[in-house]
Design a protein around this ligand. Structure first.
Ligand code: THU
Length: 160
């Protein structure tokens, strides 16, 4: 028996103002998208923006449903849209922000497990990492260089 250690280096920015200019711009778009969230059940609004290799920015927000599991997170809404509208164009960066109608969200809100798996699919497809930045409604922003830093031991098509 041997032990395998899994580790990741994430970067933490103290605030939006510390982010590189292009990421600040993406964050603004993610905040705009967040405010368009359809989340009457959780009152938890999530917005996401993706910068594509061709310079386009696509955005999305969480979309809930009276049949709860039929709803979709912001990250999958935006990544499926990018995959559908711009097939073959690489995704460079994804930015995510969340706020609640009920309490302050001042800690960075990471993508859920299902969203991590969906993001992993597109990284494998495009053979290039997607940088991921996530924030609450304000405050610190965490950067992962690749989804593999958030989802080690990814299940991908090599196992099929
Ligand atoms: N949500 C997201 O949009 N992204 C995540 O990564 C976590 C959760 C949404 C789903 C649901 O509409 C609400 O937040 C509460 O879970």
């Amino acid at each position: 028996m041997k032990t395998i250690t899994i580790s990741a280096n994430l970067e933490v920015y103290d605030s939006e103002a510390e982010l590189p200019g292009d990421v600040q711009n993406l964050m603004k778009k993610a905040i705009e998208a967040r405010e368009k969230s359809y989340s009457p059940y959780s009152q938890f609004k999530v917005g996401a923006a993706i910068l594509l290799e061709n310079g386009e920015v696509v955005t999305g927000s969480n979309q809930e449903n009276a049949s709860y599991p039929a709803g979709l997170c912001a990250e999958r809404t935006v990544i499926f849209y990018a995959g559908a509208k711009y097939p073959g164009i690489k995704m460079l960066k994804m930015v995510v922000t969340a706020r609640s109608e009920n309490h302050p969200v001042e800690v960075p809100t990471p993508p859920c497990g299902s969203c991590r798996q969906a993001i992993a699919e597109y990284e494998v497809k495009q053979e290039q990492p997607i940088e991921i930045f996530f924030m609450g409604e304000k405050g610190k922003v965490v950067k992962a260089h690749s989804i593999s830093d958030l989802l080690p031991l990814i299940f991908d098509n090599s196992y099929l």
